[in-house]
Design a protein around this ligand. Structure first.
Ligand SMILES: [Cu+2]
Length: 113
């Protein structure tokens, strides 16, 4: 084994060890949902299906209009610029999401499997 090959092998082992160490942190998933200025009464980036588990949704509101993101029973405050997060555990079934002040327009469902 040349020195070069050996360095690659050690690097791969280190990467594998790192992946194992990082695994528990990845149990909590992150999803970013955005309301763009160009479509100020919409949610962009919300998946239509997710695996059951705990998620942190980061809601980025670029619209300048007061919105929030409610997923299941958890919601961000209403805000008009910047971003806020909401953490929620999703169980199997259909979960509703919406902006509470504009729930007739800004709403949808996530199928949790
Ligand atoms: Cu809204």
């Amino acid at each position: 084994m040349s020195i070069r090959t050996r360095a690659v092998a050690v690097g791969a082992a280190a990467a594998a060890a790192l992946a194992l160490t990082a695994a528990p942190a990845m149990a909590q998933k992150s999803i970013t949902v955005t309301t763009p200025k160009s479509s100020p009464f919409s949610f962009s980036g919300m998946p239509s299906t997710l695996k059951a588990g705990t998620y942190t949704f980061t809601y980025v509101n670029n619209s300048g209009i007061g919105h929030n993101l409610k997923v299941g029973s958890a919601a961000t405050p209403v805000f008009s610029s910047g971003s806020k997060t909401v953490k929620v555990t999703l169980k199997k079934g259909t979960v509703k999401y919406e902006c509470v002040p504009h729930s007739s327009m800004m709403k949808g469902t996530i199928k949790v499997t």
